[in-house]
Design a protein around this ligand. Sequence first.
Ligand SMILES: [Zn+2]
Length: 185
Amino acid sequence: MAPSIATEVGRFRLGYVADPVVGHESYRGMLAIPYLRWAPGGKWSVISLRFRCITPDCKHEYHGKYNTLPGDRPRMYNTIALAQNDDTIGICEGEIDAITATACGIPSVGIPGVEAWAKHFREPFLGYEKVFIFADNDDNGQGKSFAKKLASDLPNALVVPAMEGEDVNSMVVKHGKSALTERVA
Ligand SMILES: [Zn+2]
């Protein structure tokens, strides 16, 4: 069964931009994805936001499918996954895939696109037995170049391609959690 959407919306603090603050009007109607960091004091803080257009059939002419706040630098999404004491971890291209993989029981961080991967992101992954690189397979090879780039930086990487024509999220939505978990078993 696919993980409950309601639970994940709560856990990842996803929001909907109904009434934007001044200067954020272009994000109206979009899904707001907060970048959360867990402070040692026991509090979540939002260090940044990204916005995903969720208007059906939108061609994204005047905005991107994903939108970063002006001047923000690329960040790693869901870094709390790194704080879990596991031998393995996943890296997805994008926030939604990271949410889906984590909800399927594979703690995963998200990188907002291949261009966003930075050399200093490498270090925290080196102690893992295996790092699953979830490669989208719905985007004319973009997912493959993402996986190739990361795998060349991480000696413990294992590239896990999605089914033909799918990304992590669409695959789990269509075929259930096992479609993903069986790929890393
Ligand atoms: Zn759009």
